[in-house]
Design a protein around this ligand. Sequence first.
Ligand code: FAD
Length: 386
Amino acid sequence: MQYGLNEEQEMIASTVRSFVENEIYPHEDLVERTGEVPKEIAQEIKRKTLDLGFYACNFPKSLGCAGLNHLEFALVERELGRGSMALNHFFGRPQNILMACTGDQIEKYLKPAVLGQKMDALAMTEPGAGSDIRSMSCSAKQDGGDWVVNGTKHFISGADHADFIIVFVASGEIDTPKGKKKKITSFLVDRGTPGFIIRDGYKSLSHKGYKNMILEFTDCRLPDSQVLGAVDGGFDVMNEWLYATRITVATMSVGRARRVFDYALDYAANREQFGQAIGKFQGVSFQLADMITEIDAADLLTLSAANKLDQGEPSNRDIASAKLFASEMLGRVTDMAIQIHGGMGLMEDLPLERFWRDARVERIWDGTSEIQRHIISRDLLRALGA
Ligand SMILES: Cc1cc2nc3c(=O)[nH]c(=O)nc-3n(C[C@H](O)[C@H](O)[C@H](O)COP(=O)(O)OP(=O)(O)OC[C@H]3O[C@@H](n4cnc5c(N)ncnc54)[C@H](O)[C@@H]3O)c2cc1C
C-alpha cells in the first residue's frame, strides 16, 4: 500500500485546488445569499473545466476524457470539496453508471454527458424508502410493449439542472427464503417525458443552491430502449458502478475540513486575549492538534480505500470506514473551528457557520453513518460466519 503521491498526482490536486480558489470561491457568497447559481456563472465554470480537460475526468480516455483512476479522482474530489457544492456541480463529474449505456444510449446519453452537453442526476430515494432502498414503491409495469412508471422520488440532487435522470424503480417481486423481495430496474428518463415532472424539493440547511428536487411519475410510458443495464438488473448495475461513489463524500469532507482548519489555525495564531495569541493556550492549541490529526487520518483512510479499488482489492468495508470517519470528522472539525473563533465563528461575516451547516448532511446522504457502521460490522462478523 503506497500513500505517497507521484508528481502527476500532486499536479492534479494542485490544479484543481487553484481552480476552486480562483473560479469557485469568488462566487460563494452570492450563491449562499441567493440560494441560486446564476446561469452565466454555471456556464463559465463548465467551459473552464472543459478547457482544462477535467470535465468528466472520471471517464475513460477512450471517450476523450482524462481517464483518472480512483485515487486520482479522489484527489480531484478532495480539492473540489473545499468549495461550494452548488458551484462545483458544474465542474462536471457525470455518474459513472452511465458507462452501462449500450447501443443508441451511448450517443444519446453517455457521450453528451461527458462532453458537457447534457447533465444527469440519479434518483433512488423516496419519501417511504431511504436507507431501505429495496422497499421502494415507485414502480414500472409492462403494458403494450412499454413500461408504465408511477410513483415519487425525493431529495434528488442536481435534478433542477438535469437533462435526464437515472431512475431506479421496482419492476416486480421475487420469492426468496426471507420472503418477497423487489426486483429493481434502472431507466434513463428525459426531462419533458410526458407523465414525468421535476418540481422543487425542500429547503435544506446544508449546501445552499445545491438543490434537491422531487420527481413525480404518473403513467409515464418508457420504451425498453430506456432501460439502463438489464431489466430487473438495477441492483447489479448499482453494485458495479455506484458503490465506489461513496468515496466522494469522504474525500470532499477531507478537503472542506482542511479549508476550515486553515481558518482556525490562522485565527489561533493572530487573535490575542490576555496579552497573547489564543493559540498559546493549551485549551486552544490541543484542539488544533486534534483537528489536524483527525483530518490527516481521514485523508489516509480515504486515499487508502481509493487505492484498494485501483488494485482491484475488496474495499467495501474500507469505503464505508472512510465515509463514516471522514464525514463525522468534518462535523467535529467545523465545531472546533467555531469554538476557536468564539462569537465570530457564528457570524455570517465568516464562512464558518456555513461550513458547520454544510457538514451536517455528509453524515446522512449516500448512506447514513449508521448504515456505514452496519456495512463495516457485517463484513467483520460475516467472516466469522455470524
Ligand atoms: C440534501 C440531500 C440530497 C440527497 N441527494 C440524493 C440524490 O441525489 N439521489 C438519491 O437517490 N438520494 C439522495 N439523497 C437521499 C439520501 O441518500 C438519504 O437521505 C439517505 O440514504 C437516508 O435516507 P432517509 O433520509 O430516508 O433516512 P432513513 O433511512 O429513514 O433513516 C432515518 C434514521 O434511521 C436510521 N436507520 C435506518 N435504517 C437503519 C438500520 N438498519 N440500522 C440503524 N439505523 C438505521 C438512519 O441511520 C437514520 O438515522 C439525498 C439526501 C439529502 C438530505
